[in-house]
Design a protein around this ligand. Structure first.
Ligand code: FAD
Length: 145
């Protein structure tokens, strides 16, 4: 299997996204992803999204293409697409962590980023990987729902 992860960030087009709207988004994503054997994680912070999609390359490319057309967000930046040996979020059809910006600001290497109110759109590949690691094997993994 040609297993990859695709990591991107984007700007929410709704500046005041409610938790109900986020729930709807997660629910439809989880239903679709389960059928496609796609796993991953979604973060929402300061009006921006950060998402990790994992699965078979052609399937991940297809779902990413569909996501890019969604009017709920804009300005997508594809940060990383690369082969992986195993999934980091195998148990999550789309994990969503219950953590605050203050919690995220304690991640070494990202303190400045979160305390200064940066959005995910300002992340580059290196800090995207630091963020990924905090949920893949770090202290925030247990916060994923
Ligand atoms: P349809 O409901 O037929 O959608 C038709 C079109 O309308 C699509 O272009 C869709 O993007 C758009 N659309 C659907 N609902 C809304 C809405 N409430 N507001 C505005 N436009 C809408 N889907 C996944 O399957 N897996 C994911 O991991 C995933 N992650 C996402 C992350 C983010 C940040 C966002 C914004 C969306 C995500 N989606 C995800 C949703 C995805 O973009 C599609 O809406 C979903 O897959 C259903 O698409 P569809 O064409 O099958 O359904």
């Amino acid at each position: 299997m040609d297993l990859v992860h695709c990591i991107y960030c984007s700007a929410s087009t709704n500046e005041a996204l409610s938790s109900e709207e986020l729930e709807v988004l997660l629910e439809e994503s989880r239903k679709n992803n389960e059928a496609l054997n796609v796993t991953g994680m979604l973060l929402y912070h300061a009006g921006s999204f950060f998402q990790v999609l994992e699965g078979e390359r052609a399937v991940v490319e297809g779902i990413y293409d569909k996501i890019t057309k969604d009017s709920r967000h804009a300005d997508l930046i594809k940060l990383i697409v690369e082969p992986i040996e195993e999934r980091a979020f195998a148990k999550w059809t789309m994990g969503y962590p219950r953590v605050s910006a203050a919690d995220l600001a304690t991640i070494p290497g990202l303190n400045d980023f979160f305390t200064k109110g940066g959005s995910f759109l300002e992340l580059e590949e290196g800090r995207a990987k630091t963020l990924l690691a905090a949920f893949k094997e770090g202290q925030w993994r247990s916060s994923l729902e």
